[in-house]
Design a binder for this molecule. Structure first.
Ligand SMILES: [Zn+2]
Length: 139
């Protein structure tokens, strides 16, 4: 699958079975997975199906104030849980079909998937510390 590097936005071909190996970006050589990836209709189904670690998806939109406030907590979690979980952001305006497919009714919605199955979701943001505590039950 192709994912955009969260640091330089270069497209990287990613082998989903090696997501636990802390791959680096082929262009800027920064770690690919220590910051949230951008989920799209092209890469999200494959990420969810093949990831060896839980996938945490933040469904958000640029105009959503609570989403903007939550973004640093989500980014901090991506750094704290690198190698243990994969963090993906889905812009629900850019990816309306994904938002519909995953029945996102309000944003932010944060959903955790393992082995392609949704384990649990949060409707609404949590403070950073509480978010990390919530994640601990899945990783
Ligand atoms: Zn890069």
């Amino acid at each position: 699958m192709i994912v955009a590097c969260p640091h330089c936005h270069a497209g990287n071909r990613l082998d989903a079975t090696r997501l636990g190996d802390a791959p680096n970006c082929g262009a800027c050589h920064a770690p690919l997975l220590n910051a949230p990836l951008t989920g799209t209709a092209d890469n999200l189904p494959e990420l969810l199906r093949h990831s060896q670690v839980p996938v945490v998806v933040d469904f958000w939109a640029t105009w959503c104030g609570p989403c903007q406030s939550f973004a640093p907590a989500f980014a901090a979690a991506a750094e704290a849980f690198v190698g243990k979980a994969l963090f993906v952001k889905v812009d629900t305006d850019a990816e309306q079909a994904l938002a519909a497919q995953y029945k996102v009714r309000s944003i932010p919605t944060i959903a955790v998937f393992d082995g392609g199955n949704e384990l649990e979701r949060l409707a609404g943001a949590l403070p950073s510390g509480q978010f990390k505590a919530w994640l601990m039950q899945f990783v």
